[in-house]
Structure formats: C-alpha cells, structure tokens
Design a protein around this ligand. Structure first.
Ligand code: PHE
Length: 343
C-alpha cells in the first residue's frame, strides 16, 4: 500500500514537472516532444494506466479517475501553449517577410517563345500590317488540296518527291507535305484578287537527322491580281518576306537570286537563294517560287483569263538555324528547356 501511494504521488510530481516544461517550451517542436513524453504510447500517462492491474479492485475506479483528470490537465495546457506558440510563429514570419509591393508582377521565370514561334509571329505581324490575309488550314489534308488542285495528278513524278505520310484506312487522306494546300483553299473560298500568306507545320517521311525532320514549318504566299504582276514583283516580295524572317527594316539589304526550276503549279518556276549577313553572308538555298500556272486557277473553278499571280514557299527551320548558329535541327524539337532558354 505504501508503494502504491508512492506511485500515486510520483505520477502527480511527474505531471507537475511536465506542466512546467510545457510552460517553458518556446517552439512548437519542443512542445511536440513534451507531448510525446507525457501522452505518447509509452509516455507517463500510459505507464500509469498499466499500473492499474496491480491496484486493488475497490481503488481502481478512483485511481483511473485521477489519471484522467491529470491527463485532461496536460492536454489543456498543451492546447493553450500550442495556440500561443502558433501566434508567435505567425507574427515572426510576418515580421520577417519583407514584401516589396513595388516589384513587377512577373519575372523572367514565366517562360518565353520558341525561336520558331518568334519568327512565325514576326512574319504574321508584318504581313498583317501590309493588308495580307494571314490564313491557316488543316494539317490532315485531302490528296485533292495537296496534289490534284496543284496540277500534280496521280502518278505525276512530283508526287514521289514529296515522301508523303498517307493516313491508314482513310483513302485519299494525308498529312500535308506543303502549305500550298492553304493557297488552294483560299482561292476556292475567297476567289480573286487575293494577297495571302500561310505559315504552319508540314510533314514528309524523312528520317530524322541533323538536317532533316519529318515535321517542319513552311511559309507560303500567294498574290493574284487582275493587274499585270511580274517576276520582278515576286522578287521584291521575297526580299520583304526574308526581311520579315530576319527582322530587317531595309529590304534592299536582302539579296535574292533565282535559278530556273520546275514545279507543276507555277510557270515559270524558280529556286530562290538569298544572302544576308544575319545568316552568314553567303548564298543560301531557300525554297521555291513562280508565276501561278493557269491549271491551278481552273482547278479552283476560276477563269484564268486576265489573272496574274505569283506564289512562293520555303521552310523556316533552315533560316532559324542559320540565324542562331544551330547546327542540328533536332535540337529545335528535343524540348531541352535549358537549351531553348539560351535563345
Ligand atoms: N510548295 C513548294 C514546296 O513545298 C514550294 C513552292 C511554293 C514552290 C510556291 C513554288 C511556289 O516545295
């Protein structure tokens, strides 16, 4: 019995000193440690409950009630201390958080445009400002818009040179191999006169290597008037387009030269080369151009009499790479943000 009384007072002493510890604690971490020491699985309160078994039956109830009262006392003390410490912590955090409300709302971490997108936007902006229609069309196209209407009937050798991705189980459907499809759609929907450009993704089943990608971007343009237009007008327009790609203000800084070529949808047709110091100051093979073939008008249900038109088109990756001194086309598309940020 003497032993039991000792245990009772031991328990009360322990709790008393724990309450003092709670009061002294200065951080939430410290308070949690004390809580475990008292209320945890092998803490003071649980150990006291374990003694119950050795207590005579008639005293069990009173003993249990005492432990519970002490337990509640501790819980209340911890709750109050926690509130107090939390308030102190919030107040210190607020005092230390020095918010400068005059800083700009965003910083450079919100991302930026890909270099191809930047070029696309520059071209669109300049052409829009000059009154051109800036149009787009579907990437999954019909053979009619991609080939037939452009005077490239089935079995024409030009079809082979396009390495086309055909869509399985949908006869006559393909991924467009050039953006000339948009010129056909525009002529059919809007008629003439027309001044338009189109920029977008095109697809050819090339193997991916340092200079080829099965997906690439093209810009194409079409101007059709009822007034005479010449190859000279076309050349000037190409100077403007290259100036737009390279963000050059004086278009006469851009050198353009033609080499005779063949496209079924233009006659005469030419290859376009250009030169400017921003892309290395040597002749660069750029793309194709020519005066619109009368059959193209006919295929778009237009009377070709009295119509004058020219068209041009080239890929954007080459120019972007030369301008930024990039030697591998794959790096444009392998989504390494650290690399992209560099540009
Ligand atoms: N569509 C042609 C190509 O992808 C380029 C081109 C456009 C040529 C317009 C002439 C006129 O190769």
């Amino acid at each position: 019995m003497v032993l039991l009384i000792m245990e009772h007072s031991d328990l009360e002493n322990n709790i008393e000193s724990s309450l003092e510890e709670i009061d002294r604690s200065s951080t939430l971490g410290e308070l949690d440690d004390i809580r475990t020491k008292i209320l945890g699985r092998s803490g003071i309160v649980n150990s006291a409950f374990k003694v119950m078994a050795s207590i005579p039956g008639d005293q069990k109830k009173a003993f249990g009630a005492r432990i519970n009262i002490l337990k509640e006392k501790v819980e209340m003390a911890i709750r109050e201390k926690r509130k107090e410490l939390e308030n102190i912590e919030i107040a210190t955090r607020l005092a230390n958080e020095d918010i400068d409300a005059t800083l700009p709302a965003c910083d450079s971490e919100i991302g930026s445009l890909h270099i191809i997108s930047k070029m696309v936007r520059n071209i669109r902006k300049r052409y829009h400002a000059r009154g051109f229609l800036v149009l787009d069309g579907p990437e999954v196209e019909s053979e009619f818009h991609n080939f037939d209407a452009l005077n490239i009937p089935a079995h024409h050798p030009a079809r082979q040179s396009h390495d086309t991705f055909y869509i399985k189980n949908f006869a006559g459907t393909l991924l467009r191999t050039h953006t000339s499809t948009v010129q056909i759609r525009s002529l059919m929907e809007r008629g003439v006169p027309i001044r338009m450009i189109s920029i977008g993704k095109t697809y050819r089943s090339d193997n991916l290597d340092a200079t080829h990608s099965p997906m690439f971007h093209q810009v194409e343009g079409l101007v059709v008037e009822r007034e005479p237009l010449s190859v000279g007008n076309l050349k000037k327009e190409l100077q403007r387009l290259i100036a737009a790609c390279l963000e050059i203000d004086d278009i006469d800084e851009v050198n353009v030269r033609f080499r005779p070529s063949y496209f079924p949808f233009t006659e005469p047709s030419m290859e376009v080369d250009c030169m400017h110091e921003k892309i290395g100051h040597k002749w660069i093979e750029l793309g194709g151009a020519g005066m619109v073939h009368p059959n193209v008008y006919k295929n778009c249900c237009l009377d070709s009499d009295g119509l004058y038109g020219f068209a041009f088109g080239f890929g954007l990756e080459r120019v972007t790479m030369l301008r930024n001194q990039i030697h591998d086309i794959r790096s444009l598309y392998d989504t390494d943000v650290r690399w992209l940020k560099h540009y």
